[in-house]
Design a protein. Sequence first.
Length: 249
Amino acid sequence: MVRRTGRGHLRVVQAKTKTKASARAQVRGAAAAAVAAGMAVALLTGCGKGPAEAAVADPVAPAAPGAVAASPGADRTCPVIDPTAPQSPPVVIDGSPANTPEGERLSQAIGAQGYGAFADVYATQIVDHPAGRVALCVTDLARGRLLVEAAHAADPEADPARADLYLSKYSHRTLRAAGEKLNDLKTKFPIYSISGSHGAAVEVTTTEEGAASAEFKAQLEKATGGIPVAVTKGEQATTLEGPMMTAAP
């Protein structure tokens, strides 16, 4: 079934029945017509595209006021931030590093919707990536746009144009449910921590031997129902103990 997305698209489909030379000419004509007609408009709606192809806005031209911006570049995979990499704080308040007020406000508004009505698509978000913006990772870009619109509706002071949408394979809710299946699992190696990984996998920390065990990883992924599990070396949480502190008389 061919979906009618524009005159240029129909030309490309019809060119398959013609000679090779004619087909090439038709394809070139279709591409030119698509650009002239403003193909970015079709990308804004995601018409005829799957979630991995639909763009939020033209990543080259500046976003219109109030519009949800696209993620930079062609790769819209949810960014991975290295926690060990040095991060320069974007703003300092009373000598202490803090998130930019604009990014933090939008993040709070997005979080309220992401853990609520849009929990089916919300994966995670990164505040100040870059400074003043919020990288929002969702499993569907169309629903992600609606999430940002809902956040702006709930808090009109939260600027939706500061959001950049990226794609994740799994929602936060899905990864959390998968992680809960590992809580009481009897395994050869201890599980120190369980968390989500930017919408891509469940993250588990264990001993060095456990992190190197393919059998352990396979057991965990069987328990999650096939959702990937990233196993890394970690340390067991310790409880700080010390003498009871009492107030001075």
